[in-house]
Design a protein around this ligand. Structure first.
Ligand SMILES: Cc1ncc(COP(=O)(O)O)c(C=O)c1O
Length: 402
């Protein structure tokens, strides 16, 4: 019996909606509603919005909390609206040369493809690497084989690095098949070759502890495992990498930007050296205050405790499916889980049921009040720190019956 590290009573959970899809959108804790309401109350009377406490204090607190969560320094954090916007800032800021290449695993979520594909007119190539035998994506995604414990996705990526590769851009935990990539191994290989490892971390943030050691950048939105509303996340950048980028060029990315004793139109200023240089302008204080609340909640119990709890629930579900038609999938996922190859998404391959089969399954789940999701050939069940063993039993009962 594992006690949920995040007390379910802190959320507005409802028995008719067993939500096992924070991989799409995480539930916000009730405390987020309280701080949003309190902040909006101030916005009704803008004289109540405090310069130091709110305009400056909230972003400072979020950067600090985000840094603690990822084991980094607050000065390396930039507040960004989304994962995409963090990656776009990097893609636009890197001093590219004609013929440079961005390498990526096949089948990345588009947030980690379009920012690089947009560089095509500047002569930068985006090259995708299949991660295992029979790995397909795009229009052929439903015909793909799933990853297995014996697959070596990192080996394939490392082998594909070539002298033109400037950036290896990848999802830490993949959105469709749920595979978690070994960042220290990839980072070490990138370091040796002078390649920047840029990570889309949204499917791991809040449920898996991160090791930033050999990364150049880590971007995440807040609305999945971080349990915040859509529209506010953060970007972590290694200092030397950040110094090589063009700054965003907003009014707040320069020295003494808010010193109004000096004319704001005095443009004789240096760019900031810290993460603020990559922020998009005036902070979204409403969103930042809710993200802050969620980060504090997660840090209060610790990501390792959440990870351990999720792994117990995943094991319980896979064990419970032993006597069902899902057994081969349960065994494949057990082996990946034992090998540390999964995050919080258990992605059951459709195994010939096709899209219609999985959609029917989803609908049967909705009738039972179980809300999972389907992406590109996989049924995704994602547990978090607030789920219970009773939740596992409901999911198992649904899958058994289906
Ligand atoms: C791997 C991955 N990256 C990024 C996103 C979302 O990106 P953004 O934060 O830009 O909305 C998702 C899901 O929506 C995702 O699964």
């Amino acid at each position: 019996m594992s006690t949920p590290p995040l007390n379910p009573a802190l959320f507005h959970l409802d028995p008719d909606h067993l939500w096992v899809m924070h991989c799409a959108e995480g539930p916000v804790p009730r405390a987020g509603m309280r701080v949003a309401r309190a902040f909006m109350q101030k916005e009704l009377q803008p004289w109540e919005v405090r310069w130091e406490e709110d305009f400056q204090g909230i972003p400072v607190a979020v950067r600090r909390e985000a840094a603690d969560l990822v084991g980094g320094r607050a000065e390396d954090i930039s507040l960004t609206p989304t994962t995409s916007s963090g990656l776009v800032t990097l893609a636009q800021g890197i001093p590219w040369h004609l013929g440079d290449e961005v390498l990526a695993p096949l089948g990345e979520f588009p947030s980690n493809a379009w920012p690089w594909l947009a560089l095509r007119p500047r002569g930068v190539r985006f090259r995708e690497v299949p991660l295992w035998e029979g790995h397909l994506a795009g229009a052929a995604a439903w015909a793909s084989e799933p990853p297995r414990a014996e697959s070596d996705p990192e080996g394939r990526l490392i082998e594909a690095l070539d002298p033109r590769t400037r950036v290896l851009a990848l999802s830490w935990v993949r959105f469709q098949d749920g595979l978690r990539l070994d960042l220290p191994r990839l980072g070490a290989a990138c370091r040796e070759r002078g390649v920047h490892l840029v990570v889309d971390g949204i499917q791991g943030a809040g449920t898996v502890p991160i090791n930033l050691e050999s990364l150049s950048a880590f971007a995440t939105g807040g609305h999945k495992g971080l349990l915040a509303p859509q529209g506010m996340g953060f970007l972590w950048t290694a200092e030397d990498f950040r110094q090589s980028l063009s700054p965003s060029g907003t009014w707040l990315s320069v020295e003494a930007a808010t010193d109004f004793s000096r004319p704001s139109t005095d443009f004789d200023r240096g760019w900031l050296a810290d993460g603020r240089a990559l922020e998009p302008g005036g902070p979204n204080l409403l969103q930042a205050s809710t993200l802050l609340e969620s980060l504090r909640l997660i840090s209060g119990v610790g990501v390792p405790a959440i990870e351990a709890h999720v792994a117990l629930l995943q094991t319980a579900l896979l064990d419970a499916l032993g006597g069902s038609k899902w057994r081969p999938e349960a065994e494949r996922l057990q082996a990946l889980l034992r090998g540390g190859r999964l995050g919080s998404i258990l992605a059951f391959h459709h195994g010939g049921q096709g899209q219609d089969g999985l959609e029917r399954l989803l609908k049967a789940g909705y009738h039972r009040g179980v809300f999972a999701s389907v992406r590109e050939g996989y049924l995704r069940v994602a547990f978090h720190g607030f789920h219970t063993e009773a939740d596992v039993e409901r999911v198992a009962a649904w899958l058994h019956e289906a």
